[in-house]
Design a protein around this ligand. Structure first.
Ligand SMILES: [Zn+2]
Length: 306
């Protein structure tokens, strides 16, 4: 009884509360949610970016593999919907919440990315606007290179044919310098990664080759050149969107960039942009502005605007 009271007193004083919470909370279960969007195409959500799982004739192609530790639950979920082996991973870009699960797949699985993403994954730089991680080897170095890209492309690459055809495109710098758009040709579906992660300000990751000023132009190019595509899988959005939504996102990003450029011209700072940027009323369903994201993006736009 006495011990309980003493502990209670320490908790009340705040001294022990963090430690106790760490002991008492069981590790959050790693649940991968499944949306079947076509007969042979699934979106698997949770634990990082949205993964696309495409069941082809010869095997399974996985687009993006989530945060560290999430490769295994993702692979288990894939095995619950098909008995075919995973033969290929495509990563839309370098970020840890899209590539880290690569290390949990069999070593013979092919890994395909844009050529800039290949260089980015070798280096695993901290995204612009985020705090640096603790120093140390990257997840790929810790796994002796397992899961690193084996094939890369520059502007377009086609894998397979007929019902299996996958077209990879790169339209220029946006979220990073190595963004891939993955089209499941027969299904008329594209995974656009974090070039359009959510209806929200995108991260403009200059450290990994991304751009503020080019971002909207790249999205517009994608929206006009991705022909015969009816459904868009976004990097993080809980439901699919359309090419029309991609065009709206391009206009939204363009509005932000113009706002930041006008602020720079008027002698203002990225902090001023963060405190004054408001989501224009015509963008329905858009997230409220996040000041930290607006500030880091404004800095990127300022740096790119002479
Ligand atoms: Zn990302």
């Amino acid at each position: 009884m006495k011990r309980v009271i003493v502990l209670g007193g320490l908790v009340a004083s705040g001294v022990l509360s963090i430690t106790l919470a760490a002991f008492q909370q069981p590790a959050a279960p790693m649940v991968v949610e499944v949306d079947k969007i076509k007969d042979n195409l699934y979106v698997m959500k949770g634990g990082g970016g949205n993964s696309a799982v495409f069941i082809g004739t010869e095997g399974v192609t996985v687009v993006d593999t989530k945060n560290p530790g999430w490769g295994k639950p993702l692979l288990e979920k894939i095995q619950s919907v098909t008995s075919k082996p995973v033969i290929r991973i495509i990563n839309t870009h370098t970020h840890g919440d899209h590539v880290s699960g690569n290390v949990d797949f069999p070593a013979n699985v092919d890994v395909v990315v844009h050529e800039v993403t290949k260089a980015n994954m070798d280096a695993m730089r901290t995204p612009s606007g985020l705090n640096p991680p603790p120093a140390g080897p990257t997840i790929f170095q810790r796994n002796e290179g397992r899961g690193l890209p084996k094939q890369n492309f520059k502007t377009k690459m086609t894998i397979g044919s007929g019902a299996d055809q996958i077209d990879l495109y790169h339209f220029g710098p946006a979220h990073t310098g190595g963004d891939a758009y993955v089209v499941f040709r027969a299904l008329k579906v594209v995974h656009v990664g974090d070039t359009f992660a959510n209806r929200d300000l995108p991260l403009m990751d200059k450290n990994n080759g991304g751009s503020g000023v080019e971002f909207a132009k790249t999205l517009m190019k994608a929206s006009t050149q991705l022909k015969d595509v009816e459904m868009v899988i976004n990097g993080h959005n809980p439901t699919t969107t359309t090419i029309a939504d991609l065009r709206t996102q391009a206009a939204f990003v363009s509005d932000f960039v113009k706002f930041a450029q006008a602020a720079k011209k008027a002698g203002k700072t990225p902090d001023d942009v963060a405190s004054t940027w408001k989501t224009p009323a015509n963008y329905k369903g858009y997230a409220p502005p996040q000041a930290a994201r607006a500030k880091s993006n404004a800095q990127v736009v300022f740096d790119e605007t002479k």
